[in-house]
Design a protein around this ligand. Structure first.
Ligand SMILES: Cc1cc2nc3c(=O)[nH]c(=O)nc-3n(C[C@H](O)[C@H](O)[C@H](O)COP(=O)(O)OP(=O)(O)OC[C@H]3O[C@@H](n4cnc5c(N)ncnc54)[C@H](O)[C@@H]3O)c2cc1C
Ligand code: SF4
Length: 407
């Protein structure tokens, strides 16, 4: 690996106007990092990466690089782009365990973070680095959000999250797991207990339902519930998956790795929302794909579809009359997810938008003064790097707020 990435770094043209950097949602200073790496200044390169993106070690693995840094690299126009993600993975993997943790002078005001996914982790790290005492409240038993309970182990080893937790604790961040805010403890009680500013990074982890007959049957599951604990479910040999997004690909690949032999994904149209690389991996692992299947209901036998009729432009122009019963031991519904309303329901003045997302202004402040939000709960289901982007801006706004008289 080392030889490959050195060769890869040597291919970088150190462009004056780096298109790779523009293509990255958090504008990672790619050419500078590559130059530092070439000068054997690994720790400086790592520091630069983490300053810009505390989730760098994760993003190097899970980002859609073909659409972002690699997809924008000038070398990609005529030949293969520079695969910065491999270089980033090497540097940030080393840096994660070796970084010097500095403890800046403690500020008197303290902050609370609700939810410990990539957004909450980013805010906690940024605030701790600025000297604010931070307590993170996490509903589940382990931190990481969808890195822990969504993205499968074979794509992102969970050990990364444990390593992050160690470093966060060394930074002085207090993490309270198994603690839901909006249930036993409320946001008002956090203010009562002296938190000057609160961040909501509770994600979008409520599976979307089909609203069709059969969803509560014993042989039916939602994708996120399955991915949270794949070993806890006996799916059987034949698995039908409704949906063709990235999460559905993870469901299919996980089912194939856990013993199911015939895994088929069904989509209504001919559009696949998953990225082309995720689709090819699922195909490589043995998943099958069937298009033009409109789900009607689910029975004990499996899903029932209506077959779509397409015109020459692949647009649906109608459906065949006769429904098709597909035989499956298990049916998994994986058609995206949305935020829960728990916090809005239990907090005076905290509003959700009509689309069911947490409402924030241009400073990432919610409709409740002193309460900020970012990540999937604000944007809807997106990606790790987009959660980091919003969280960084929210952390800056929280610092401005805490430094002001208001807090
Ligand atoms: C199967 C799957 C695969 C994915 N693959 C990729 C990928 O390859 N690349 C990529 O970039 N993105 C991927 N994503 C998307 C990515 O994981 C999310 O965009 C990202 O995790 C969002 O971060 P977040 O911090 O906003 O929310 P989350 O990661 O959802 O974290 C929210 C946290 O808040 C906690 N929480 C919720 N409510 C409360 C409460 N009331 N009190 C306390 N804690 C609470 C939750 O338990 C959770 O830990 C994938 C998503 C899924 C579902
Ligand atoms: S666009 Fe490609 S060649 Fe240019 S600086 Fe970025 S990685 Fe290097």
């Amino acid at each position: 690996m080392a030889l490959h990435i050195v060769a890869e770094a040597n291919r970088c043209l150190n462009c004056k106007k780096p298109r790779c950097q523009q293509g990255c949602p958090v504008h990672t200073p790619i050419p500078t990092v590559i130059q530092l790496f070439k000068e054997n200044r690994l720790m400086d390169a790592g520091r630069m990466l983490f300053e810009n993106n505390p989730m760098s070690a994760v993003c190097a693995i899970v980002c859609n690089h073909e659409k972002q840094c690699a997809g924008s690299c000038i070398r990609g126009i005529k030949e293969t782009p520079v695969h910065f993600s491999s270089i980033e993975a090497y540097i940030s993997d080393m840096y994660l365990d070796r970084m010097m943790i500095e403890r800046p002078e403690k500020k008197t005001k303290k902050a609370a973070v609700i939810g410990c996914g990539p957004a909450g982790m980013t805010v906690a790290i940024k605030l701790a680095q600025a000297g604010y005492p931070v307590t993170v409240f996490e509903w589940k038993g382990k931190i990481g959000g969808l890195l822990q309970y969504g993205i499968p182990e074979f794509r992102l080893p969970k050990s990364f999250i444990d390593r992050y937790q160690t470093r966060m604790e060394e930074m002085g961040i207090t993490i309270r797991t198994n603690t839901t805010i909006g249930s036993v403890l409320m946001i008002d009680e956090l203010f009562r207990d002296g938190y000057a500013s609160i961040f909501i990074g509770t994600g979008a982890e409520k599976p979307r339902t089909l609203g069709l007959q059969g969803e509560s049957l014993g042989n039916v599951l939602f994708g996120l519930n399955y991915l949270a604990n794949p070993k806890g479910h006996k799916l059987g040999d034949r698995v039908a998956i409704i949906g063709m997004g990235n999460a559905a690909m993870d469901v299919a690949r996980t089912a194939l790795r856990n013993g199911s032999r015939h895994v088929t994904l069904y989509a209504r149209s001919k559009n696949v929302t998953a990225s082309s690389s995720e689709l090819s991996y699922a195909e490589l692992d043995g998943a099958d794909f069937v298009f033009g299947m409109q789900i009607e209901k689910i029975t004990d036998e499996g899903p029932v579809f209506k077959k779509a009729i397409f015109n020459e432009n692949d647009e649906i122009v109608g459906y065949e009359d006769e429904p098709v019963q597909v035989k499956a031991d298990s049916t998994i519904i994986s058609i995206s997810q949305m935020p829960r309303r728990k916090l809005a329901r239990t907090t005076d003045g905290l509003k959700m938008t009509e689309r069911g997302l947490l409402e924030v202004d241009e400073n990432y402040m919610t409709t409740r003064p002193g309460v900020f939000g970012a990540g999937d709960v604000v944007t809807g289901a997106k990606t790790v790097v987009h959660a980091v982007d919003g969280a960084k801006k929210a952390a800056e706004a929280m610092i401005r707020y805490m430094e002001s008289e208001e807090a």
